[in-house]
Design a protein around this ligand. Sequence first.
Ligand code: SF4
Length: 389
Amino acid sequence: MQAGGLAPYVTAMSDISKKSLVGLSREQLAAEMADIGEKPFRAKQLWHWIYHQGETDFAAMTTLAKPLREKLAEHFVVRRPEVSRMQTSTDRTRKWLLRFADGNEAETVYIPEEDRGAVCVSSQVGCTLTCRFCHTGTQMLVRNLTPEEIVGQFMVARDSYEEWPSPMDGGRLISNIVLMGMGEPLFNYDNVAQALKIIMDGEGISVSKRRITLSTSGVVPMMRRCGEELGVNLAVSLHAVSDEVRDRIMPINKKYPLAELMRACRDYPTNNARRITFEYVMLKGVNDSLADARALVKLVEGIPAKFNLIPFNKWPGAEFDCSDMGQIRKFSDFLFEQGYSAPIRQPRGSDILAACGQLKSESERIRCSRQKERLAAGIEDGHNVKMEN
Ligand code: SF4
């Protein structure tokens, strides 16, 4: 963590009674213009200001006539999620705890590389899945994030690094997006798809689909649609090579077992330049033997694949340990020898709990203490209702 540790970074909360224009499709934006008696082409001008210039103040949108700017401000806002906390790790990884208009919160992380970096975006508040190695999975699902809230996470990162107007592709600090934050994106497909279409739009934020990776735990029925409609890179949280082990550590495997998951991967549009990334968390004595590595190679046979080996980040209460580094190297070397790229992921931002599998919104902690207060006051019965998609 940087000197000073916690960096309070609070943006002004826009007027929540007004509709935000962020997250609307082009068609929806044109319809909003029509509703206030404006021509649909205003949507194109607004799109440029909102997504290319990153402007949030209608008064500064100088290509629009002053009366129109005033009219827009009367009806709408260009809202960002509120940054309730920002932390920067010693390795420059940055994490934001973002608060949405209804008070729910989720986390977004920026992972810098040499001359570029990726924003890891959340798709849900909490998660319905309970992958046993994942700290985020211990948080109950609260709700899906809206397109506005998903795009808003990326825009907050851009604000933070002052990367507006949208730079040309070559010189971007924030060059990539990974949907690997809280939640399962394919359980919130429609909102994720709308957000990604906005992010990919060449007249706005303009991040190419080649630079976007969606990570799924294996929601088989949605994978084909994602490939056909969005064409983004796919990462699959695999983590085991047998149904027996995967059932144990990823309960979703009971619904979509390995054979079905691999079939869906074979059907996903790929080529050698756009291979599927198989994420594999290294759990000591669970999935890290050379026999597992051999089975892994057999499992992905015929799929343009690469691996990402993730040393397990132990969190308080976790039932697993990380494999020994020597064993992880042997596992990685074996995969390399078989012709696969299999780097060992360097843990990032672990001092601020921003590393993979460690995202867990402060909102849960706050909600728990509020719930305790409500229980103590006798106004809550203590039952938690788990929402299913
Ligand atoms: S690994 Fe992903 S899908 Fe599994 S519990 Fe964690 S956030 Fe949910």
